[in-house]
Design a protein around this ligand. Structure first.
Ligand code: GLC
Length: 419
């Protein structure tokens, strides 16, 4: 830590050290990641939950029209997807709406009522009868302990959601109850899906050989087909990884968050938190008298603001903000690349060959220079092997994948029908 009297340049240099995540650190992180994967898969205590998705990658022959709900980021989406059965699909219609803040943090029943009301509006907007029969895939992008393809309990909220009465409950039961309250009893929930799994499945529908589904958006996480589980896709929940020790700013962010002590990796990587880390740094610099004005309320600086800062050519105080934004987002890109490398290396021991990671989320898709920083770091850390790795954008994959998994699951008899 520098003293208040030190120059701004010295202070920026010390921050550079605070936010440095280099190759040596990456090597240590990969080793720790593999240990945690191993423990999680074996059912031992681990910060990586390694949750079964109860589904495998699709064949590309799945066919039909399905609805999908996508809940878990900043926006809530409803989609109707037509699967051709020959590796192509069409998003027939899609709507998105910001989730009301009071529903994220209020009563869980209200949150599910909002979901059902949005689906209702979607059906009438599409000219579809509300008493029709529809198969639906439900993307619910939080840690869920699934007990089957259509059932699973929320372990713990992440990404600032705190709605009451949902943790520990089967979220499909909650959704179905809300659908019935809304008079949409003809909608049948065929599949419960994490967004990473949707992303991997959507890309795999179009082409073979995709190994990893990754989200780099409001939150961050990944999934992959685990050979030891006969190819069943495992949701890693890497946002919870505890093998990365952050700095004093990370600790301050965590302490003031809705879920202190949880999701420490996510808090250093994902879009929901990057602006807040930058704000905390600037706030500290202001207290040290190195930059002028105060910098606003918690979470007032978003990753969209950071995007604009990094893309522009700022002067004065913004020059410092830009330098800090670059430190924080570069560290995020390096951490994300390292976690991807860790999973690909794990898979590599199981099945050598080209490695494709399907990635969705606004950080990866939109943040200036983010993707390039990831690729460059991967190349440094993995050497020759990085040549085999391809990042592919799977835009809206999480919802599309839910429709595909609904198609797979609708072929599987429901328990009550099977007996
Ligand atoms: C959070 C959720 C996880 C999700 C990720 C990306 O980490 O816990 O389930 O996949 O965000 O949306």
């Amino acid at each position: 830590m520098s003293t208040p009297g030190s120059s701004l340049e010295d202070r920026l240099e010390s921050l550079r050290k605070d936010f440095l995540f280099d190759e040596a650190a990456a090597g240590r992180l990969v080793a720790r990641f593999h240990e945690e994967m191993r423990s999680g898969l074996a059912g031992r205590a681990s910060s990586l939950k390694m949750l079964s998705s109860f589904t495998r990658r699709p064949t590309g022959r799945e066919k039909g029209r399905f609805l999908a709900l996508d809940l878990g980021g900043t926006n809530f989406r409803v989609l109707a997807v037509e699967l051709s059965g020959d590796r192509s699909f069409e998003v027939v219609r899609a709507t998105r709406a910001a989730i009301p803040r009071e529903d994220m943090g209020g009563d869980g029943v209200a949150l599910f009522d909002f979901v059902a009301a949005s689906l209702d509006a979607f059906l009438s907007g599409s000219g579809l009868p509300r008493d029709g029969k529809y198969g639906l895939g439900f993307t619910f992008s939080f840690p869920v302990r699934q007990t089957g393809i259509r059932s699973g309990a929320l372990i713990q909220w992440t990404k600032g959601f705190t709605a009451s009465g949902v943790e520990g409950k089967d979220v499909v039961v909650l959704l179905e109850a809300a659908l019935r309250r809304r008079g949409l009893g003809g909608v049948s929930v065929e599949a419960l899906v994490n967004d990473t799994v949707g992303t991997l499945v959507a890309r795999s529908y179009e082409r073979e050989g995709c190994e990893l589904g990754v989200i780099l958006g409001t939150g961050t996480n990944a999934c992959y087909p685990e050979k030891g589980k006969d190819g069943v896709i495992v949701n890693i929940e890497w946002g919870g990884f505890a093998g990365f020790a952050g700095n004093s700013f990370d600790r301050a962010l965590d302490a003031a968050s809705a879920n202190p002590g949880s999701q420490l990796f996510e808090k250093a990587v994902s879009g929901m938190y990057l602006g807040e880390i930058v704000r905390l740094v600037l706030d500290q610099l202001a207290r040290e008298g190195l930059v002028p004005a105060p910098v606003g309320a918690p979470y007032s600086l978003t990753s969209e603001h950071l995007s604009r800062l990094v893309a522009g050519s700022p002067t004065g105080g913004d020059r410092v903000a830009r330098a800090v934004a670059e430190l924080v987002t570069t560290r995020s890109a390096h951490l994300a690349a390292t976690a991807i490398a860790a999973v690909l290396l794990w898979r590599g021991e199981q099945a050598p060959g080209e490695r494709v990671a399907a990635i969705d989320g606004s950080l990866f898709e939109k943040f200036p220079g983010y993707r390039e920083a990831m690729s460059a770091f991967l190349a440094q850390g993995m050497g020759e092997r990085a040549r085999e790795v391809r990042f592919e954008l799977a835009h809206d994959g999480s919802g599309i994948g839910a429709a595909i998994i609904a198609a797979i699951a609708s072929e599987v008899p429901r328990k009550s029908e099977a007996t």
